[in-house]
Every structure is written in C-alpha cells, then in structure tokens.
Design a binder for this molecule. Structure first.
Ligand SMILES: Cc1ncc(COP(=O)(O)O)c(C=O)c1O
Length: 380
C-alpha cells in the first residue's frame, strides 16, 4: 500500500502516539474531576498537549486553547459563538471547506448574516482583494489557510495586515504541523486546528485557540470540574468552552504527535513534504493528458496536496484504478469543498487528490508518477 491521502488523515502516526494512547487507557482516571493521583496525572497529560501546541504555534500562554473533537467543532464554535447578527458582514475566501461554508450558509439563511466570498484569481487568494471588501459592518474574516483541493497556501499574514482590526478566523486543518504558524497570537484572532492530520494525533481531537480580544458564547454548558457550586457554567477559559469530560486518551496521543513534530522540527517536515511535492509535480506536468489544479512546479506557496484530472477518466474511476492496480490510496470527488471546485472549474466532477505526509518516501512518488503515466496511456 502507498498512502497518499494525508489530507484526509495522516498515516502512519509516530510510534509514540500509540504508546501514549495505550498508557492513558491503562490509567483509571478522568482529568480535572477527582483529586486522586491518576486523575491528577490525566490532567497533566492534557496540560502537556496544550503546552506542546502553544510551543508549535508560538503562543505565549496555553490556557486559551480549548479542546474538542475536531476542527469542524472548533470552526462551528467560533462562528456560532460570536453571536453574529442580521446585517453584519463576514468575508471568507472562495477556497473554503464545508466546515466553514455550511455554518456560514446556515447563519445567512437563519440569521440574515451578510456572507460575502472573496474570489480566487489564478487559483490564489490576494490580500488586496480582502482589503477592498472590508466595510464598517465587517465582523470577521474566515480563511482556509491552505486549500484541501489544490494545495494553494493563502497569504494569511498579509490578509491580516490588510484587514486591520477585523478578527481573522484561520482554518489550519491543512497547515498545522508543517506550515509556519509562528507567533500566531500576533496575526490570528481565532486559530482552529484538527489533531488527526498534520499534527499526527488520533481522530477525535481538535480545538480552538481564542485570542485575548475575543469573547465567545459557549454552545455547550455542563460539567467542567470547576465552580461546581454554581448552576452557571464558568466563564473563564478553557473551562468555558470545554463542557463535559475531555478525550484524555486522544489528547495523550495528540500531545505525543505534537511533541514528535517539535522534536523532529516543523521546518524539516515542511521541507521534506515540499521536496516530494516538487518531485511529483516536475514529472506529472509532462503528461499531456493531465490537468493540474493548483500551483505548478517551482511554486512554493503551497502545501503537499496535488489535485489532478486525467483525460478520459472520471475522478472516481481514476482513484479506483490507482488503488486496484497499484495499491495507491488517494481521494476522488469534491473533497467536502464544492466552493473550491467551483472556483477551480472542476465542479461537479471533482478531481483526484494526492496528499503527501512526513513518512512518504521519494520511491513512492516515483511509483505514483509511473502509475499516472501508464493510466494516461490507457485512455489517451
Ligand atoms: C481545510 C479543512 N477544513 C476543515 C476540515 C475538517 O476537518 P475535521 O473533519 O477534522 O473536522 C478539513 C478536513 O478535511 C479540511 O481539509
């Protein structure tokens, strides 16, 4: 098997991740509840996850990182928790995933939110296009940091500079763990992350870092292990946004995944992934029957995700042939991102997405190229 579907979830995980999950499972403890030793240790495990993430994102403190099941939860919490009202204006890019597009569409339909989409030009988003559309009613800019379809990286820092005081909600699903998010606190207001992709943790983990100038209304209230004498949910972070027992087992794995990244070095993971991507792009671009959706060879404003179509093949048939004939796992279709495919001109057929990760090897890239060349000839 060759795994080129790291954009969906990363595989394999570092060995430490499994070890940490098994150790957490073996402990009789619920964090932040009982006062006995294993419960205190479980609390420290979760603290380790917060500390590791704060280090990776260059955040000064970790108490504003709130954990939940995935980035979809985090993005919904941010969008719903801001209590956006009728007539207020929100901008998003046109390369958004449904995890922001659907909540925004719901807020538009149910609350009368004025949601405006900034179009991509040449497959990219441009800071000046955001700046032009800011108006006094603009309450938020929502940005997918890197397209999960084309791999194009958005100029997030430049966009924040261009929008000034308007808060930026950043979807880092495809960038956290490889792309530079250093000192995120100085240019992001709400940072949403998922644990199971580039952060190398297990599914069921994710979260939201809430900037000091942002107040979110909790979507859930209940047990928090704090202020138990009151019927009012605590209003301090992270407890305010973390009702119910935490996923200790998953967060133990996430802590180990992020600690692995810190140990190996985010920059070296990024360099490795970009090198594989450039090797792949340089070869596949020579295939006459192939259409590439995103940035081409030599362009570094991208992540290790490459979407293509081959003449004569539907995306699902091509992904099926790659798996059946070559054992290569990719993802076909719309990638939960119909807006992106509309922007890139591949709606509704979609594309086949190759997404590389820290553990892919150059030999695997060569096999992928060979497979595409051969499948192109079959229908060419
Ligand atoms: C850009 C982007 N945002 C959000 C998500 C949603 O991630 P999760 O399913 O972990 O919530 C994905 C996952 O594919 C994604 O690629």
């Amino acid at each position: 098997m060759i795994y080129f579907d790291n954009g969906a979830t990363s595989f394999p995980k570092p060995a430490q991740v499994g070890t940490a999950i098994m150790a957490a499972l073996a402990a009789p403890a619920s964090p932040g509840r009982s006062g006995h030793a294993p419960a205190m240790a479980a609390g420290r495990t979760i603290h380790r996850a917060r500390k590791a993430l704060a280090k990776l994102f260059g955040l000064k403190e970790n108490g504003r990182i709130c954990f939940g099941p995935n980035i979809t939860w985090a993005l919904n919490l941010a969008l719903m928790g801001l209590s956006l009202e009728k007539g207020q204006h929100v901008l998003s890019g046109s390369l958004e995933h449904n995890s922001t597009a659907r909540p925004l569409a719901k807020l538009k339909a149910e609350k009368g939110l004025d949601w405006e989409i900034v179009p991509a030009r040449q497959g990219q988003l441009w800071a000046e296009d955001f700046a032009k559309l800011i108006r006094p009613e603009t309450k938020l800019v929502v940005l997918n940091h890197a397209s999960n379809v084309s791999g194009a990286l958005a100029p997030a820092r430049a966009i924040k500079k261009a929008i000034g005081q308007v808060p930026l909600l950043l979807d880092t699903a495809q960038t956290a763990g490889s792309v530079d998010l250093d000192e995120a606190g100085s240019w992001v207001d709400l940072l949403a992350f998922t644990g199971h992709k580039g952060l190398l943790g297990p599914t069921g983990t994710g979260g939201l870092w809430v900037g000091p100038n942002i107040n979110l209304r909790p979507c859930l209230v209940g047990g928090s292990g704090s202020r138990s004498e009151s019927l009012e949910h605590p209003d301090f972070l992270p407890d305010a946004l973390e009702a119910g027992t935490a996923n200790t087992h998953g967060l133990a794995g996430l802590a180990a995944g992020v600690e692995y990244i810190l140990q190996v070095g985010r920059e070296s993971i990024r360099a490795h992934e970009l090198s594989l991507t450039q090797d792949f792009l340089k070869e596949i671009i020579k295939i006459d029957e192939l259409t590439l959706l995103g940035p081409g060879p030599g362009q570094s404003e991208r992540v290790a995700t490459v979407s293509i179509n081959l003449k004569g093949w539907s995306s699902s048939d091509l992904a099926g042939a790659l798996e059946r004939d070559y054992g290569i796992l990719t993802r076909a279709g719309l990638h939960c991102a119909p807006l992106s495919h509309q922007a890139l001109g591949t709606f509704p057929g979609g594309s086949v997405r190759f997404s590389f990760g820290p553990f892919n090897k150059p030999e695997e890239i060569k096999i992928g190229v060979k497979a595409l060349k051969s499948l192109a000839r079959q229908k060419g």
